[in-house]
Design a protein around this ligand. Structure first.
Ligand SMILES: Cc1ncc(COP(=O)(O)O)c(C=O)c1O
Length: 441
């Protein structure tokens, strides 16, 4: 029995005792062969929901956002400050980005209608790919329909059972899934621990054919960055490839938003595989790989998520291309100033901000998952929208509220958020734990 099931069983017993009636068990229903409701994972989910309902904790997930969000949003009909959007530079609502998408949809329709291999190339694909390779200063780029699928398909195409993939312990799910699909050997290294990586590679490099190291440019759960110069040195010494996921660092790091290479002053051509998404800073959807012409040529024929999936649609491609052209120093600086201000204010009131470097992502560590969920609800009641990140996305004792800071926020917005968080955390400290809440429900 899970702890939630035990607590619920205890609650039922308490209630039965209180009403002096013997507990009656529900009639046993015959099990249907493929009853999804009987899946253990589904039962666990249902138990958690039931426990939340019993003690009056509403779910902060899948709330309705009924208007486009910027610094503010309308969540479940309530106006609030928005700290749960990846639209770091506010380009999703930029008139030029919206117009480019609308014009492209009028000209080409909303769907690319076929895989590019079959349906042929369209000028909006090459325009986007040239813009990306130019932005990174590398030879070539390839656009795909989903950021998640870009990681999965690229890693699966490049590695196999004779190879080793080393991934940071805080890496995004799409990278782990790609390694699983590839059948490659997998080693998870302690977060940002380049010394561990050096020792391990010295020990095991000889056992494998190809070796790939995958990191993020800005870690999406913790808001910190890797030591790119050290990683480049390690992969060169051990004859490995380095792949950097720039989902959260493109447009965010570096003086003109070129990402972690600009932030660290590293030549982008020293990294074999740049990966990024169109869904964060670029106000669109999809993913890309940028690197050498041979890498891109290979993926055009060998990446299943590219070959066997439809091409990126014209409105999405046009929006991303236009947004890329709008990334400039002033916008990036405003974002970076806001990120640093949020971190400074959070530290000043004693919040636990984990590893955050004060860029666009800062977590506020709460500790347990229930506290993080209740904290998010309490924040929303104060007009601040920030979502909880709970187990299993992070270890149970690391459950947190995650704040995405954008160039659209004002310092007053940030002040208001920090005051609300500090109040909510003080309230959480006085709250009973779930077991006590259930027992007294
Ligand atoms: C680090 C990282 N990589 C990849 C992805 C997948 O990107 P997309 O949401 O565009 O599919 C995400 C999504 O949040 C991410 O955070």
């Amino acid at each position: 029995m899970s702890s939630t099931e035990t607590l619920l069983a205890q609650l039922r017993q308490n209630r039965a005792k209180r009403s002096q009636r013997p507990e009656t068990s529900a009639p046993v229903q015959p099990t249907r062969a493929f009853d999804f409701a009987k899946l253990p994972e589904y039962r666990q989910m249902s138990m958690q929901r039931a426990a939340g309902d019993l003690v009056g904790i509403s779910s902060p997930f899948f709330r309705e956002a009924s208007a486009i969000s910027g610094a503010t949003a309308r969540i479940d009909g309530q106006e609030c400050l928005q700290f749960a959007s990846y639209d770091y530079l506010g380009l999703n609502q930029h008139p030029k980005v919206r117009d480019a998408a609308a014009v492209a949809a009028q000209k080409w329709g909303v769907s690319a209608t076929a895989s590019r291999l079959v349906g042929g190339e369209r000028p909006y694909h090459s325009a986007l790919e040239q813009a990306i390779s130019g932005f990174y200063g590398v030879e070539s780029a390839l656009a795909m329909v989903s950021g998640h699928a870009t990681n999965v398909s690229t890693i699966a195409a490049l590695t196999g059972p004779k190879d080793l993939v080393l991934i940071d312990s805080l890496i995004h799910n799409s990278v782990s899934e790609g390694v699983r699909l590839s059948g490659a050997n997998r080693l998870v290294f302690p977060h940002n621990d380049t010394e561990w990586l050096t020792r391990k590679l010295a020990e095991v490099r000889g056992n494998y054919d190809k070796v790939l190291i995958v990191v993020e440019g800005l870690y999406s759960m913790d808001g910190d960055t890797p030591d790119l110069p050290a990683l480049v040195e390690i992969k060169q010494r051990h004859n490995a490839w380095l792949m950097v996921d720039e989902a959260h660092s493109l447009g965010v790091l570096g003086s003109t938003g070129r990402g972690i290479s600009q932030h660290c002053g590293v030549d982008p051509n020293l990294v074999e595989i740049w990966m990024g998404t169109f869904s964060k800073t670029l106000g669109s959807s999809g993913g890309f790989i940028a690197g050498s012409a041979a890498l891109i040529d290979f993926l055009r024929f060998k990446s299943a998520g590219f070959v066997f999936s439809v091409g990126l649609s014209a409105p999405l491609a046009a929006a991303a291309t236009t947004a890329l052209g709008l990334i400039e120093a002033e916008r990036v600086k405003k974002l970076q100033d806001n990120g640093a201000y949020f971190l400074m204010r959070a530290k000043a009131v004693g919040l636990d901000v984990g590893l955050s470097d004060g860029l666009a992502i800062t977590p506020v560590i709460i500790g347990d998952s229930m506290g993080a969920v209740i904290g998010a609800n309490k924040l929303l009641a104060r007009g601040i929208n920030a979502l909880p990140i709970i187990f299993p996305a992070v270890p149970e004792k690391q459950a947190r509220l995650r704040f995405f800071i954008t160039a659209l926020h004002s310092s007053e917005d940030i002040d208001q958020a920090i005051t609300a968080i500090a109040e909510v955390i003080a309230e959480l400290e006085d709250m009973p734990d779930l077991a006590t809440m259930i027992a007294s429900a």
